[in-house]
Ligand binder design. Structure first.
Ligand code: PLP
Length: 399
């Protein structure tokens, strides 16, 4: 069914469905590496691009294409590309749009490996990059060089929850001949549609909200323009970062409930943020839905809701963070985000423990910062869990 003129929820369920002759209700898993041709003419036709059909799974597969078409519809883009991981999406974007001598502007709080791969592998190919506070357009402008080609943004950022004005940044970047890429992993298209705000390409770690069940790793790109979509698809096929048909099937299954998951997790998150903000052991809470959130006007302007991600600071510092981590029972101590289960993380003692305090501070990670990815459990159980663990944090002062 053509769902291009249908609403977002309908696109989530039916968008891109591959209709087979048997009338399967869901897109089947075409777990095959290759496709046979009827005869030599048929094969020649497919290779020349004149015929319609499939050749080899890295180049195209019905199960994968069904997902790609759905994601393109959800982001209001021209073409979607599914990849083996979010990082495959990142490296495909870099490889497609940057050449030796080019420069990229990005955020100082961008997803760590997105910066890491640029500063090691791509730097080795002669590509330079600058990492600035992208919540301030003047800082982005100041980083511009004559060879700046890509503006790579993430909004909100992780774990500092800083927003970028995507429309203003895109307008400025386009005037300067740059391509704008937005990592929309934190919001998903339920809460934010960067292509509608002026970006050229949207990137996802499908691992997070889009699949939502913490059972696969995957990535996706959606381009607004046909030429960008074709270039990205060609780059993906050459670099070999394609998604697997079974992985695509899992994501198709997970994404159908994206909207109800995100909205439910967001409802829980709003209540938890309020609870934390009023707790005596908590110093501050960064959550786009709070009245105290510094960029709340920008939230109104470009997001349809504050989401399910927050960070908060404990009054007790590093020790308080460690104590909280070791006493929560329901929230899982884990990296990643956007799943149906609640995850908690203390970067200073966990993911960023290997960095110096200086390097952590530069990335906006204070010793007392806790990151919380709220799931869809009963909110009272999540609050009870935090309450009993925060009591242990409070008890630290007594000793
Ligand atoms: C997880 C993540 C990535 C990388 O995705 P993988 O699926 O782990 O490769 C990129 N960007 C953001 C914001 C992420 O959270």
């Amino acid at each position: 069914m053509d769902t291009s003129d249908k609403g977002f929820s309908t696109k989530l369920i039916h968008g891109g469905d591959f209709q087979d002759e048997l009338g399967s209700a869901v897109t089947p898993i075409y777990q095959t590496s290759t496709f046979s041709f009827k005869n030599v003419e048929h094969g020649a036709n497919l290779f020349s691009g004149e015929g319609q059909g499939y050749i080899y799974t890295r180049l195209g597969n019905p199960t994968i294409e069904a997902l790609e078409s759905k994601l393109a519809q959800l982001e209001n883009g021209f073409g979607g590309i599914a990849l083996s991981s979010g990082m495959a999406a990142v490296t495909t974007v870099y490889s497609a749009f940057l050449r030796q001598g080019d420069h990229m502007i990005s955020s100082r709080s961008v997803y760590g490996p997105s910066r890491g791969v640029m500063e090691t592998i791509f730097a080795g190919f002669g590509i330079t990059s600058s990492y600035v506070d992208t919540s301030d357009l003047e800082e982005i402008k100041a980083a511009h060089r004559p060879n700046s080609k890509v503006l790579y943004l993430e909004s909100p950022s992780n774990p500092t929850i800083e927003l970028v004005d995507i429309r203003a940044a895109s307008e400025w970047a386009h005037k300067n001949g740059m391509i704008v890429v937005v990592d929309n992993t934190f919001c998903s298209p339920v809460l934010q549609k960067p292509l509608d705000l002026g970006a050229d390409v949207v990137l996802h770690s499908v691992t997070k909200f889009i699949n939502g069940h913490a059972d696969i790793v995957g990535g996706a790109l959606v381009a607004k323009r046909e030429d960008h979509a074709k270039l990205l698809k060609k780059t993906m096929a050459m670099m070999g970062g394609n998604m697997d048909p079974h992985q695509a099937y899992m994501v198709q299954r997970g994404v159908k409930t994206l909207e109800i998951r995100v909205l439910r997790a967001q409802k829980n998150a709003a209540l938890i943020a309020e609870y934390l903000e009023n707790h005596e052991e908590v110093d501050w809470v960064m959550y786009p839905g709070l009245a105290s959130f510094p960029q709340k006007e920008l939230v109104q302007k470009q997001m349809s809701g504050p989401g399910a991600m927050m960070s908060f600071g404990l009054k007790g510092g590093f020790e308080a963070g460690v104590t909280l981590m070791n006493h929560v029972k329901l929230a899982l101590l884990a990296v990643s985000l956007g799943g149906v289960e609640t995850l908690i993380q203390h970067p200073a003692s966990m993911t960023h423990a290997g960095l110096s305090r200086e390097a952590r501070t530069e990335a906006g990670i204070t010793d007392n910062l806790v990151r919380f990815s709220v799931g869809i459990e009963n909110v009272e159980d999540l609050i009870d869990d935090l309450e009993q663990a925060l009591e242990k944090v409070g008890a630290l002062k007594a000793v």
